[in-house]
Design a binder for this molecule. Structure first.
Ligand code: CDP
Length: 227
């Protein structure tokens, strides 16, 4: 039976690492929707568009030649034929992405593409019809409220800042945490019209990873899936 799993969560919740591991373990395709908003930011910036020009950015994204790889072991992001997996993670993109993500026409376009990817996998795609795990910020609520399993991955602010510092600086000492703090908290605020993680939506199961390591979080998510 093809399965659709939706995972949402804020920055530093461990969402991407956990989602990739769970998808690999279950033999599911994997869709990183945050990478799509990041790629849209790269694309519009590259074209010289003022990111606050809502109509211009929407026009760019409507014609964006983006291809998302769905293999959880190697989820490539290709823009106009070029691998942008590294470029989409730069600080400049992290700082600009919320402007693009709060553009409602951009959201409608990317939702349409995400939905198409989910429906294609449900019909039998990369993983031979076993299904897909899609992760982001509005997957459980907007993109796939009909998913078979819906999970909100949360973590305390302290745990999120520590993980983010490790990701970005390779260290989680006080200096590294301080250096990422402003960026993480600003993005929480800038994304607040897109997603609220204080309470899970109806039917969405919360997994709190504050005191769990990666493997323990993966086990906790797999337990929810098995329920
Ligand atoms: O870096 P981090 O894991 O926090 O974020 P990401 O998953 O790469 O997403 C980057 C940005 O894309 C978020 O800060 C949101 O602005 C936007 N996003 C969104 O609006 N909706 C989604 N479903 C996924 C991401």
């Amino acid at each position: 039976v093809p399965v659709v799993i939706a995972v949402d969560g804020p920055s530093g919740s461990g969402k991407s690492s956990v989602s990739k591991a769970v998808a690999a373990r279950l033999g599911l395709a994997y869709l990183d929707t945050g990478a799509m908003y990041r790629a849209a930011t790269v694309w519009s910036t590259r074209r010289g568009t003022d990111l606050s020009d809502v109509a211009a950015v929407a026009a760019d994204v409507a014609a964006m030649p983006l291809e998302m790889g769905v293999d959880p072991g190697a989820p490539g992001v290709t823009l106009d034929g070029c691998d942008v997996a590294r470029e989409i993670r730069t600080t400049a993109v992290s700082e600009a992405v919320s402007t693009v993500a709060t553009n409602l026409d951009v959201r409608a376009e990317l939702k349409r593409r995400q939905r198409a990817a989910i429906d294609a996998e449900r019909a039998g795609g990369f993983s031979g019809g076993r299904g897909i795990l899609a992760e982001g910020r509005d997957i459980t609520t907007v993109v796939a409220p009909d998913a078979d399993v819906r999970i909100l991955l949360t973590a305390s602010e302290e745990a999120r800042l520590r993980r983010r510092a490790l990701d970005v600086h390779g260290a989680a000492d006080a200096t590294a945490v301080e250096a990422t703090k402003d960026q993480v908290l600003r993005r929480d605020r800038d994304d607040s019209t897109v997603s609220q993680f204080v309470v899970a939506a109806d039917g969405v199961v919360t997994v709190d990873s504050s005191d769990l390591d990666l493997e323990q979080t993966v086990e906790a998510v797999l337990a929810v899936v098995a329920e």
